[in-house]
Ligand binder design. Structure first.
Ligand SMILES: NC(=O)c1ccc[n+]([C@@H]2O[C@H](COP(=O)([O-])OP(=O)(O)OC[C@H]3O[C@@H](n4cnc5c(N)ncnc54)[C@H](O)[C@@H]3O)[C@@H](O)[C@H]2O)c1
Length: 471
C-alpha cells in the first residue's frame, strides 16, 4: 500500500518536483511553499429550532508576496485545515501563472449547506465574515474572498453587506469580495468565468498540433467526446461552452448517479430534469450508469472532473480511457493517479491554471469596484481625468503597471461581457503557451503540471527576490 499523504503535502510534492528545474535557493523555496497565516475559527449558530451548534471554519493566507490575498470560500462537510491550506497554495500559483497580481488565500466552512435553511446559512456567512473582519482576514487591500464549492453570488452579497455594515463609509468596500451579483458591483461574465476558462484552456491544448499528433488525436475541439463530472457552477458552464463550440458532452456524472448519450447531452435540459425530478438519472434519451464513478472510466476524448478532489486515484486511474484530462476541480487527481496516467501518455491539464478563469475575472471585478465605474456606460470625456487617478491608485496598490486589458476596462466604454470574455481568452491562451514553452524547454520536464509549477515558482520567486526580505 502506498503512503497516504495529505492534499497540502500533495501540492508540495508537485512543487518540489518542479523546483528542481528552477534556480532559487532552498530557503526561498521553503518560504514560497509555506502557508503564511492560518485562521482557525469556531463560533456558535443558533438553529431555527432553537438549538445551538458549533461551526468550524478557516481562512488561510498562503502568501503575502502580493496584496491582497485572493481565493474562494467553500461550504463542504469535507473542509479541514489541510484542505484549505492546499487550496490557498494553489491560488498563489494560479494567480502567478495568469499574471493576476494577487497572492493565494482560501476559506472554508465545514458544513453541508443542504442541511441548513437559507436563514441559517445567512447567519453562518455573516458571523464568519465578522470574524474575518475582527482578525484582519478580509478587505479590498488585504484578502478578497470569492465563490467556491457550495457558495455563489448570494453568499458573496451577504459578505459584502456585513463588511459594509461593519466598515461604514469605506469608499472601496465593494472590492472586499468578488463573485457578487451584477446589481451589487459584480461583473457580467463572472458566473460562467471558471467554466469558460476551462474551455479556453482545453481548446488551446487541443489546438497544439505537436501535442495532438503525439497522442494521436485530430486538432481542435470540434467533434470531441467529452465527459463531465459535477454539474455545478464550473461543470455546467464548461459543458455549455464545449457544446457551443461543436464538442459532444456524452456523459455527465453527479453524486446521485451518471447518464450517457453517444449523441450528446444538453446540460441545460439535464439541469432542468434534475430540478424537476431531484436526480439526473432517467434523463430522456440517455442511459444510466450503474454507479456515478463509472462515468469517469467510460470511453471519451476529454474528461473534465469538476466536482471535488481525489476522485481519480490509485483505485480507478488505470481504467481511465480519456486521452486528455482537464482538471476543472481543484486537486481531482491523487499523486498515484498522476503517475499512472502520465505513464499511459494521458495529457493532464493542471487545475492550478485550467480553473483560473474565476480568479482572472474576479480581478476584473475588483478593478471595476476600485475604479467606481460602470463599464460600458460612461462617456469617455467624463471619465478621462478620473481614469488617470484610478490607474495611478491601482498601480500603487498592486505595485505593477496596468496592462492593456486592464487599461481597456477602465478607459473604454466597451461592452462588459465582451471585455470579460476577450480578456479571459487572451489570458488562458498566453498562460497555455507559456506553460507549453517551459514544458518543451527541457527534455526532463515530465508533464504539464510540472511545467505549470515551474512558471509559478519562477514568478513568485522573482517577486520575493525583487522585494527583498523584511526586515
Ligand atoms: N466556482 C468557481 O469559480 C471555481 C473556481 C476555481 C475552482 N473551482 C473548483 O471547481 C470545483 C467545483 O466547484 P463549483 O463552484 O462548480 O461547485 P458547485 O458546488 O457549484 O458544484 C459542484 C457539483 O459537484 C457535484 N458533486 C459533488 N460530489 C460529486 C461526486 N462524487 N460525483 C459527481 N458530482 C459530484 C455537486 O452535487 C455539485 O453539483 C471545486 O473543486 C472548486 O474548488 C471553482
Amino acid at each position: 500500500m502506498s503512503e497516504q499523504i495529505s492534499f497540502f503535502e500533495n501540492v508540495n510534492k508537485s512543487f518540489d518536483k518542479a523546483s528542481k528545474f528552477t534556480k532559487w535557493p532552498q530557503g526561498l523555496l521553503e518560504q514560497i511553499k509555506a502557508a503564511n497565516s492560518v485562521l482557525r475559527i469556531r463560533f456558535p449558530l443558533k438553529r431555527d429550532d432553537g438549538s445551538l451548534e458549533v461551526i468550524e471554519a478557516y481562512r488561510v493566507q498562503h502568501s503575502h508576496h502580493k496584496s491582497p490575498c485572493k481565493g474562494g470560500i467553500r461550504f463542504s462537510e469535507n473542509v479541514n485545515q489541510d484542505e484549505v491550506m492546499a487550496l490557498a497554495a494553489l491560488m498563489t500559483y494560479k494567480c502567478a501563472i495568469v499574471n493576476v497580481p494577487f497572492a493565494g488565500g482560501k476559506g472554508g466552512i465545514k458544513i453541508n449547506p443542504k442541511n441548513y435553511s437559507e436563514f441559517e446559512l445567512q447567519k453562518i456567512t455573516r458571523r464568519y465574515t465578522s470574524e474575518l473582519i475582527k482578525k484582519n482576514f478580509i478587505g479590498p487591500g488585504i484578502d478578497v474572498p470569492a465563490p467556491d464549492y457550495g457558495t455563489g453570488a448570494r453568499e458573496m452579497s451577504w459578505i459584502l453587506d456585513t463588511y459594509m455594515s461593519m466598515n461604514p463609509g469605506m469608499i472601496d468596500a465593494m472590492g472586499c469580495v468578488t463573485g457578487k451579483p451584477v446589481s451589487q458591483g459584480g461583473v457580467r461574465g463572472r458566473t460562467e468565468a471558471t467554466g469558460l476558462g476551462v474551455f479556453y484552456g482545453v481548446r488551446e491544448v487541443c489546438n497544439t498540433h505537436k501535442l495532438m499528433d503525439k497522442i494521436g488525436m485530430p486538432v481542435g475541439v470540434e467533434g470531441k467526446r467529452v465527459i463531465i463530472q459535477g454539474l455545478g457552477n464550473v461543470g455546467f458552464h464548461t459543458a455549455k461552452f464545449f457544446r457551443a463550440y461543436g464538442a459532444k458532452v456524452i456523459a455527465i456524472a453527479e453524486y446521485e448517479g451518471a447518464i450517457f448519450n453517444e449523441n450528446g447531452l444538453n446540460e441545460e435540459e439535464v439541469l432542468k430534469h434534475r430540478k424537476e425530478t431531484g436526480s439526473i438519472l432517467n434523463f430522456p434519451g440517455a442511459t444510466n450508469f450503474e454507479k456515478s464513478g463509472d462515468a469517469l472510466e467510460a470511453d471519451c476524448d476529454i474528461l473534465i472532473p469538476a466536482a471535488l478532489e481525489s476522485v481519480i486515484n490509485q483505485e480507478n486511474a488505470a481504467r481511465i480511457k480519456a486521452k486528455i484530462i482537464g482538471e476543472a476541480a481543484n486537486g481531482p487527481l491523487t499523486p498515484e493517479a498522476d503517475v499512472i496516467l502520465n505513464a499511459k501518455g494521458v495529457v493532464i491539464i493542471p487545475d492550478m491554471y485550467l480553473n483560473a478563469g474565476g480568479v482572472t475575472v474576479s480581478y476584473f471585478e475588483w478593478l471595476k469596484n476600485l475604479s467606481h465605474v460602470r463599464y460600458g456606460r460612461m462617456e469617455k470625456r467624463f471619465t478621462e481625468n478620473m481614469n488617470k487617478q484610478i490607474l495611478g491608485q491601482i498601480e500603487d496598490l498592486t505595485g505593477k503597471k496596468v496592462n492593456s486589458t486592464e487599461r481597456a476596462f477602465i478607459e473604454h466604454g466597451a461592452d462588459e461581457v465582451d471585455l470579460v470574455y476577450s480578456g479571459l481568452e487572451e489570458t488562458m491562451i498566453s498562460a497555455t503557451r507559456e506553460i507549453m514553452d517551459v514544458w518543451n524547454s527541457h527534455p526532463d520536464i515530465p508533464d504539464m503540471r510540472t511545467a505549470a509549477y515551474i512558471v509559478a515558482i519562477n514568478k513568485v520567486g522573482t517577486s520575493y527576490d525583487e522585494l527583498g526580505i523584511f526586515p
